[in-house]
Design a binder for this molecule. Structure first.
Ligand code: NAD
Length: 392
């Protein structure tokens, strides 16, 4: 099954300004734009779309884009809209039937959005549905953005902590290094371990998949073993959801470590599921006064019971950071990386003559398309919409 752009018609790509609060990234940077304008594609960019990522309208124009003032005209005229965050319902309503959209859509969580895209017959691809395969790693925006988040989480912790990270030997006395505990050693966690080590902290890390032990050690971290009676390694490098009993054992195993930590960075996640609750309030109570938790799982409920989504709170003398969308705070590099991921994905769809083809026989495309021709085609999302059909 393949869906094609009507032959001979050159593509029009639209890059609107992001409208989600605090979103500073831009989906495509000028080097990407140049690639498409070079093959005769029209690229419409909303004025100031790159402003918060320090990309000027002039740079887009130099790359051959047409800068327009009116976001509505982009949604109405583009065959393919490229975004970082999901568009609003109003923005989707402007898009013609059959037009295409690529963004982070979190389809498993935002079923209303999926139904709206289905009703409007938009062909929507979600950057968070790209499979975790070797061939797809160049398009893996979840990984590139998690790299940014893991790095920034450590910088936030260092900023909030009323202590040094490195060991210091000074005339004013000796200072021991900060103790950092990283929970969840996937892409963000490994970046956090490396960053905390570079700042001179002593780092321990835990993950429910014991296969990451070597990776933690190669970055200079100490792997924590907790006997939970099960290894949660699932398919595609992801973890399986922990049972209540496993969670209880993890909480117990982590509590003593947490009581000795100056900083905890939590990144534990299971795709499409709420974040595992690994740090209960009783563990926070045991942490040293002035210590810091940065909870990268705040968006999906938090790994810490006391995390408040989007806020920095102080509980039992501990600063708990639930700030959302850390990649946006490094907008220059996160945009560059996202844009590169997007170009690598688009290379499967746009040929050198600027023609668009959606090859549903390609496994990356088949996994990434959420809605097509008025139908929901993404398996995980279909199951969420019709739980009765979920396989046992
Ligand atoms: P993620 O964001 O879904 O999860 C972060 C980490 O949380 C994972 O390491 C997971 O094991 C851990 N976790 C989940 N439940 C937990 C629990 N109850 N207790 C402790 N830890 C828990 O995952 P991610 O970082 O996006 O990716 C995870 C892994 O996938 C990577 O480390 C890698 O091995 C693999 N991966 C492969 C590719 C590829 O092949 N192209 C790309 C990206 C990632």
């Amino acid at each position: 099954m393949a869906e094609e752009q009507s032959s001979g018609k050159k593509l029009t790509i639209g890059i609107p300004r992001e409208t989600t609060p605090n979103e500073r990234r831009v989906a495509l940077t000028p080097d990407g734009v140049k690639k498409y304008t070079g093959s005769g594609v029209t690229v419409l960019v909303e004025r100031d779309a790159g402003k918060d990522a320090f990309v000027s309208d002039a740079a887009f124009e130099l790359a051959g884009a047409r800068v327009v003032d009116d976001a509505a005209s982009i949604y109405k005229n583009a065959d393919l809209v490229l975004k970082v965050q999901k568009p609003s319902k109003e923005e989707i309503d402007l898009m013609p039937e059959g037009s295409k959209l690529i963004a982070f859509l979190s389809p498993m969580f935002d079923l209303d959005l999926v139904k709206h895209l289905q009703d409007r017959k938009i062909t929507a691809l979600s950057m968070d549905a790209i499979p975790r395969t070797t061939r797809a790693q160049y398009m893996d925006a979840l990984s590139s953005q998690a790299t940014v988040a893991g790095y920034k989480a450590v910088l936030i912790a260092a900023y909030e902590l009323p202590k040094f990270f490195p060991l210091l030997t000074t005339a004013a006395g000796n200072i021991p290094p900060a103790k950092v505990l990283v929970i969840g050693a996937g892409v963000a966690g490994l970046m956090a371990i490396g960053t905390a080590r570079r700042l001179g902290a002593v780092v321990e890390a835990y993950d429910a998949r014991s296969v990451v032990k070597e990776q933690i050690e190669s970055l200079g971290g100490k792997y924590i073993e907790i006997d939970t009676g099960a290894d949660l390694a699932g398919s595609g490098g992801y973890a399986k959801e922990a049972t209540d009993e496993i969670l209880r054992r993890q909480q117990e195993g982590l509590a003593d470590r947490a009581a000795k930590s100056d900083v905890i960075i939590t990144t534990a996640a299971v795709p499409g599921r709420p974040a595992p609750r690994l740090i209960p309030a009783s563990t926070v109570e045991r942490m040293p006064a002035g210590s810091v938790i940065v909870d990268l799982a705040a968006e999906t409920g938090g790994n810490c019971e006391l995390t408040e989504k989007g806020k920095i709170v102080h509980r039992h003398g501990v600063t708990i950071v639930g700030t959302l969308n850390l990649p946006s705070t490094l907008a220059v590099h996160s945009s560059q990386m996202y844009s590169k991921n997007l170009q690598n994905l688009l290379a499967l769809m746009i040929d050198k003559d600027g023609q668009f083809t959606l090859d549903m026989d390609d496994d990356i495309i088949a996994n990434t398309v959420i809605t097509l021709g008025g139908a929901v085609v993404h398996e995980g999302t279909k199951q969420r919409l019709n739980p009765a059909t979920t396989p046992a």
